[in-house]
Design a protein around this ligand. Structure first.
Ligand SMILES: [Zn+2]
Length: 440
């Protein structure tokens, strides 16, 4: 049985002796059209006039349904998800009219590749939707092509293996498994292209173009602002997806399946420069306040309060991801195995701290959003000191957290500001650190 959380398909009945699928169903959830509307809107409205409305034309919705139906039919034929597919297409190719017309936006309809959020308004009539692709055709051939003249399945192995090896070095035919929290940044859901930082930066450029138009594009006479509220929150959700795609590069490990006769390793740590790029991206796009999201005209129509906590909680959750125990284990091990070629935990800490506390001691005002972030990061360090996991207890993680807190306390104690609240903030931060260190 294979199930899509959002779209749903039913159980297969299959013959356990042969694997032959005897019966299979596709069941549609009632809300799939709304889900498609939200995705298509936030991923393409910046470049696509057809998506700039709460209700799409039937031809557009029909095409969106076709996209989901093709994926679900893939399941009925026995195809699993392939989250390692979309990485085969370079980000720049996704901005090419010719390339997307020929190849679609990912090599497989079985990836969770969504609509083309990479393409920019100046790119012209670029393809926006995933199609059945070369990986899918190849998978069907692999699963269904008759091999004549063999007596049992063992005799098929050599032939089938030769098919695999024929395409082994072509990323279009790569398979990447689905995981709850991806370790391999090239096998992620909801992403596109071969570079998460580049693709996400372009995606955010498009969100910045949507937000100033959102009231108009969601508006309908006689209706309230429910659609504005829903689609604004979908814009924020899409932004969070981009942050997740980028974060997976930090402490990431690529997984490319091989057989013994291919003679190559399967696992490889993500390159140091790429991990550093990911942290630079998060510093720029998240820890520098994402002001494009703070649109008073929208917020005054959908909520009494909530913006400061919205931004703070996204920052907190991303930091929790970065300091997730399993990720820290991989980073510590990478450093042990590959030395200076690894992006170390200490370097990540330095790169984050130097941005998050960069105003401290400069004399000016620290904004509400940045004060919140500075407080939140102290809590992250406190959680590291409190973490009972062996992998944290028996490595340098706690020493790193404690040393960072002490350095920050020295800076806060010495820092001056012309702004009263900022001065109080410095004093409060030093006291908070005292309390954390006293308790340990
Ligand atoms: Zn599926």
């Amino acid at each position: 049985m294979s199930t899509d959380i959002q779209n749903a398909m039913g159980p297969h009945v299959h013959d356990p002796r042969t694997g032959e699928i005897l019966e299979s169903d596709i069941i549609w959830y009632h809300n799939v059209m709304n889900l498609l509307r939200n995705w298509y809107f936030v991923q393409t409205a910046a470049i696509n006039p057809e998506a700039r409305s709460p209700k799409f034309k039937d031809e557009i919705m029909g095409r969106l349904i076709q996209f989901v139906a093709a994926h679900e039919v893939g399941h009925t034929l026995g195809l699993p998800h392939n989250m390692g597919s979309s990485v085969a297409y370079p980000v720049d190719s996704l901005r090419s009219v010719n390339f997307t017309a020929r190849m679609g936006t990912a090599p497989s309809i079985m990836d969770y590749a969504r609509f083309n959020y990479v393409a920019q308004p100046q790119d012209g009539k670029v393809g926006l939707m995933p199609n059945i692709g070369p990986y899918d055709d190849w998978s069907i051939l692999f699963g269904y092509k008759l091999i004549d003249g063999v007596k049992d399945p063992q005799e098929e192995r050599t032939t089938i293996n030769s098919w695999i090896k024929e395409k082994a070095n072509d990323p279009i035919y790569r398979f990447g498994r689905q995981r709850g929290m991806p370790t391999d940044p090239t096998a992620q859901t909801e992403d596109l292209g071969d570079n998460s930082m580049r693709a996400s930066e372009l995606g955010i450029e498009n969100l910045k173009k949507i937000v100033p138009n959102l009231i108009q594009w969601t508006g309908e006479d006689t209706k309230d602002y429910a659609e504005l509220n829903e689609l604004y929150n979908n814009v924020v959700g899409q932004y969070r997806r981009y942050l997740g795609h980028v974060s997976a590069n930090v402490g990431g490990v690529y997984e490319y399946y091989k057989t013994y006769d291919q003679g190559e390793p399967i696992y490889r740590h993500v390159e140091k420069a790429k991990q550093k790029d990911a942290i630079n991206f998060l510093n720029k796009q998240l820890f520098d306040t994402p002001n494009w999201m703070i649109d008073a005209r929208i917020l005054h129509r959908i909520e009494e309060t909530g913006m400061a906590e919205r931004i703070r909680s996204i920052q907190d959750q991303t930091l929790a991801q970065l300091f997730f125990t399993e990720r820290m284990k991989r980073m510590v091990e990478n450093h042990a195995l590959n030395g200076a070629n690894a992006y170390s935990l200490t370097e990540m800490m330095d790169d984050l701290v130097s941005n998050i506390y960069r105003e401290v001691g400069k004399g000016g005002e620290t904004s509400l959003y940045r004060r919140n972030l500075q407080r939140t990061f102290i809590e992250v360090l406190q959680r590291l000191l409190d973490n009972p996991d062996n992998a944290v207890e028996h490595t340098d993680v706690k020493a790193l957290a404690r040393g960072t807190l002490k350095d920050l306390r020295t800076r806060f104690r010495a820092a001056k500001s012309t702004d009263k609240l900022t001065r109080y903030h410095y004093d409060d931060m030093a006291s908070r650190i005292d309390k954390i260190l006293d308790d340990k």
